[in-house]
Ligand binder design. Structure first.
Ligand code: AMP
Ligand code: MG
Length: 443
């Protein structure tokens, strides 16, 4: 489960064959290969802690939760009505309506004690325990009650429709005692936490939040809130990275903005590695003179991977300083988000002990509402939206520009279209894979 490498990105053997003419570009690693290797080389984080239920939302469960009790704990009524003994009814006249005296009441939290007296019905409320001997509940809408509620009358057609078990919720029908209700590795949603509460648990063992240090690099960058020098740009990447990390439950240290200076970067990374589990950076991982991340990590740690066959986001560094994982995302704002969402986030979720399903983007096929031709060799994500065309069909539309610098494309988009390494063209109406943002873990 959590410790197995998982393939997060779909693909066929054909389009992932490095040797094939239309495979990944030489020297670039397909993202699913890089991610599977990264998962294999990155141990699941051992530290767990017991947290009270209301602090567990979004956390990764690290224990199996075994049901201690049946839910419901006893057979109970699904409706307001009258509990009956069908054997009694079988012994009554078989023509005409039946009149049955009411022998008691069973309310939620106040059960009727003892057996249903022979020949009687018990008034019963939704959720109340079925009294001993009861085999069916007839809903109150299907009976007529006399003025002092001492007797009910059931018309013949309603009698004929009565079946054993009608409107009865059986003990253990929802959850059977002894079964695993939540498996270790689950990323806890509100309903998961609620099921644990339904078992009487008030706390769960979950992964301790990863301590993630985040910073941006680049001499052209200015800190939001400060002045913008001529030709400068505000640092936006840090805010995308912090948001993605927080969304998956990490404890983020914002280390701000660092200059493109070897010594500055070496000191900052070396210090951050002392007391963080992960360092996440943006910029400085290309091959220009100011791209210092790789030599800096090389000087105080090790580089494991470099350059993926993806667009946007090709330069992506994975390394280690001591026990601290270092992920160097590229500088272009869309690249930061795409490689963050599709590589950094799944890798960190794996580290937190999440199951494969909970690290995997939800995707489905949608007809393209566009046509394009493109160079093969890299898996590509287009910022996209679903749109209902003139025929009422749902189609995927890409943003007007595919530039990795256009962050507003991510604001416009509601998802991504994924094109495999070997896909050279898309025709109108051809199926494309669509990943809704809501199907990614950091939204
Ligand atoms: P780099 O990978 O450092 O060469 O950065 C590529 C481009 O991304 C730069 O030219 C900037 O325009 C842009 N960029 C880099 N870092 C950031 C950032 N933190 N916020 C916004 N844009 C950035
Ligand atoms: Mg730079």
């Amino acid at each position: 489960m959590a410790d197995k490498p998982v393939f997060f990105v779909s693909g066929t053997a054909a389009n992932l064959n490095v040797a094939s003419a239309n495979g990944p570009q030489p020297g670039l690693t397909p993202i699913h290969v890089a991610l599977a290797l990264a998962c294999k080389q990155t141990p699941v984080f051992a530290a767990t802690r017991t947290r009270s239920l209301t602090d567990c939302y979004g956390a990764i469960l690290r224990e199996d939760v075994i049901a201690a009790v049946n839910v419901p704990s006893v057979d109970n009524s699904a409706m307001d009505g009258y509990a009956l003994r069908l054997d009694d009814i079988a012994a009554m006249p078989d023509t005409g309506p039946l009149s049955i005296p009411v022998g008691g009441v069973s309310l939620a939290g106040h059960p009727f004690e003892g057996n249903i007296p022979v020949g009687r019905a018990i008034r019963i409320a939704t959720g109340a325990a079925i009294p001993a001997g009861g085999d069916a509940v007839i809903i109150q809408e299907n009976v007529t009650v006399n003025a002092d509620e001492s007797e009910i009358r059931i018309e013949r057609d309603a009698v004929n429709r009565l079946r054993r078990g009608d409107n009865i919720r059986r003990a253990g029908e929802d959850v059977k005692a002894g079964t695993v209700v939540l498996a270790a590795g689950k990323r806890l949603r509100p309903q998961d936490v609620a099921v644990a509460a339904g078992q009487g648990k008030d706390s769960l063992v979950v992964t301790q939040p990863l301590r993630v240090a985040v910073f941006s690099t680049g001499d052209e960058l200015a800190v939001p809130g400060g002045a913008l020098p001529p030709g400068g740009i505000y640092d936006s990447n840090r805010f995308a990275m912090i948001g993605m990390m927080r969304a998956i439950g990490c404890e983020v240290t914002d280390l701000g903005l660092l200059r493109d200076d070897f010594d500055v970067l070496q000191t900052a990374l070396g210090d951050a590695a002392q007391n963080h589990d992960v360092i996440l950076t943006s910029g400085g991982v290309s091959v220009g003179k100011a791209d210092l991340l790789k030599p800096v990590v090389d000087s105080i740690g090790e580089i494991h991977a470099w350059k993926l066959a993806i667009k946007p986001g090709k330069p992506l560094m994975r390394g280690k300083i001591g026990n601290c994982l270092v992920l160097g995302l590229p500088g272009n704002p869309v690249s930061v988000m795409v490689s963050g969402l599709l590589f950094a986030v799944p890798l960190l979720l794996h580290m937190m002990g999440a199951r494969g399903e909970d690290c995997t983007a939800v995707r489905f096929n949608v007809p393209a509402g566009f046509a394009l031709k493109r160079g093969t060799g890299r898996r590509e994500w287009l910022r996209a939206r679903l749109h209902r065309n003139g025929n009422g069909e749902l189609v995927a539309l890409p943003f007007r520009s595919s530039s990795s610098g256009v962050l507003s494309s991510m604001v416009w988009a509601e998802g991504l279209i994924e094109l495999a390494e070997d896909r050279a063209s898309v025709g109108q109406g051809d199926l494309v894979e669509y990943i809704p943002f809501a199907g990614l873990q950091a939204f």
